[in-house]
Structures are given as structure tokens and as C-alpha cells.
Write a protein that binds this ligand. Structure first.
Ligand SMILES: Nc1ncnc2c1ncn2[C@@H]1O[C@H](COP(=O)(O)OP(=O)(O)OP(=O)(O)O)[C@@H](O)[C@H]1O
Ligand SMILES: [Mg+2]
Length: 261
């Protein structure tokens, strides 16, 4: 079959391409192979959870998904369109489509909560100050922080800072949100409020990929768990299949040891 026909056939068979598709992503950093031809498709409304030992490549893989890190090989596609990492406009669009939540919040210390959310709306979407702040207030309301809008990060708890970061990501109307251990820098009593916001997002149909070791959360909500080690996805499956009491999976073994820590 001629290649162009094969392509046309592929398109008719997949009318809804994955929201985000990572194909054969490889990267070497500091002379070490960090990701070894890793692939992942995320469908609309899914929550994929990445787990695995420290240094396995979870953060690097997440950073490749919005091209904060440029892989040496492989492709990133949004809704079927591949993104050229050297095209600045395409990168700017990608960063709007793919929101990112980091472990340590990454807020601007000199801006209030509402201005932290509004700034990208003004700079990237070109909104007026009034319109941007109105939208920012709406997003702060979604994460339960209306009454903290005028506070600076120094006067917010870790859980509140992380919720501001989530509001900031939501304000860009992302197609998918990446979360890199969003609760691991928090005091234990603050973890629940952030997980509750993420749970509500998942239930509202937001597409997300999250590195986390919060296994109760992952078990309840993940559409799929991916276990990463030494730059490879070595196991993947539903929480039920990977974590069932009788399953002899690397994932279950790892989670049992996490729970004993
Ligand atoms: N810029 C870099 N230069 C050299 N090595 C790097 C760089 N960034 C990451 N690495 C290495 O890549 C490997 C994977 O790191 P990564 O942060 O992706 O792992 P991780 O699974 O997120 O770990 P953790 O659970 O500790 O967050 C580690 O060995 C790390 O030291
Ligand atoms: Mg990490």
C-alpha cells in the first residue's frame, strides 16, 4: 500500500486522536541515558499516574511532555498534531495547552495570589488587567481561595500556594495538566486539601498526568498506573490489575515498601 493511503486509513480509524501522545522519547543527560524510547498516549478525561523509584525519569518525562526539556529523539503530539520543538510559536501554544504543576509551586513571591494567576493571562493571552483579574478570581474560586486572593505567597500555606498554582494552570484553559509530585513538599496535614482539588478536576473530566506516591489517591482515581524505572516504563495497567493483593507486580512490591516506610 502506498504510504499516503496508509496514512489516510489511519486517520479514518482514529477519529479522536489522543489529547497528548508521546512517541519513543529518548534523552541522554550528563552522558547517561535518562529516557529510553518511552511512549504514552493520553485520552481525553484520563488520569495517568507515574510512579517508581527516585531517579527513574518521571520528572524528565513530564518535562518532555511540554518540551521544557527537548528530547534527543521522539515526538510530542497534541490532538494528533506533532509539535516542532524549534518552532517558538508552536512551543508557546503547547505551553498553553499543557499546564504544569511543580512540587515547589513556582509562584512569583512579589505578586499576590490573584496577580500570580492573572499574569499569564495578560502576558500570553493579551487580556486587559480587569478581564485577567476577573478570570483569575473565578479560578481561585474553583480551588477554594477566593478569600486569599490579595495575599502574597509568603502569607499562604504550602497547600494554598499549590492551589494557586493549580488555579494559574486552569486559567490557561489547558487540554492537559501535568503534575510533578504536587503534594510531596507539603506538611502531611495539607496534602488532603490539594488532593481534593485534583480529585475534583479529575471528576470534572480534566485530562491529567501526575507523578505521585499517594497510592490511595492513585488507586481510587487513576485510569492507568505507569511504573518507571531507569528510564523505561516497565509496567503499566489499571490500579486493579497492578495492585491486586495476588498480583506479583513490581508496582505492588514498590507500593508495599512505600507503605512500610
Ligand atoms: N540536567 C540533568 N543533567 C544530568 N542528569 C540529569 C539532569 N536532569 C535529570 N538528570 C538525571 O536523570 C535521572 C532521572 O531524574 P528525574 O528527576 O527525571 O527522576 P524522577 O523519577 O523524577 O526522580 P524523583 O522521584 O527523585 O523525583 C536522575 O538520575 C537525574 O540525576
Ligand atoms: Mg521527580
Amino acid at each position: 500500500m502506498r504510504p499516503e493511503y496508509r496514512y489516510a486509513l489511519m486517520n479514518t480509524q482514529t477519529p479522536h486522536p489522543p489529547v497528548l501522545s508521546m512517541r519513543n522519547i529518548s534523552i541522554t543527560l550528563g552522558g547517561r541515558k535518562i529516557l529510553n524510547s518511552v511512549s504514552l498516549d493520553v485520552e481525553r478525561g484520563e488520569l495517568k499516574v507515574l510512579i517508581g523509584p527516585s531517579g527513574g525519569g518521571k520528572s524528565t518525562f513530564l518535562q518532555c511532555m511540554n518540551l521544557l526539556v527537548t528530547p534527543d529523539a521522539g515526538s510530542v503530539s497534541i490532538e494528533g498534531a506533532s509539535v516542532n520543538p524549534h518552532d517558538k510559536k508552536a512551543l508557546c501554544r503547547l505551553r498553553q495547552d499543557v499546564g504544569m504543576i511543580f512540587q515547589d509551586f513556582n509562584l512569583f513571591d512579589h505578586l499576590t495570589a490573584v496577580k500570580n494567576v492573572a499574569i499569564a493571562l495578560r502576558r500570553v493571552k493579551g487580556m486587559s488587567r480587569e478581564a485577567a483579574e476577573e478570570r483569575a478570581m473565578h479560578e481561585l474560586g474553583r480551588v477554594g481561595l477566593t478569600d486569599k486572593a490579595d495575599l502574597y505567597p509568603a502569607h499562604l500555606s504550602g497547600g494554598q500556594k499549590q492551589r494557586v498554582a493549580i488555579a494559574r494552570a486552569l486559567a490557561m484553559d489547558p487540554k492537559v495538566i501535568l503534575l510533578d509530585e504536587p503534594t510531596s513538599a507539603l506538611d502531611p496535614e495539607l496534602v488532603g486539601e490539594v488532593l481534593a482539588v485534583i480529585r475534583d478536576l479529575a471528576k470534572s473530566g480534566m485530562t491529567m498526568i501526575m507523578a505521585t506516591h499517594q497510592m490511595d489517591f492513585a488507586t481510587a482515581l487513576a485510569s492507568e498506573i505507569l511504573f518507571m524505572e531507569q528510564g523505561n516504563i516497565i509496567e503499566r495497567g489499571t490500579p486493579g490489575s497492578l495492585l491486586a493483593p495476588d498480583s506479583a507486580t513490581r508496582t505492588r512490591d514498590f507500593c508495599t515498601r512505600l507503605a512500610d516506610m
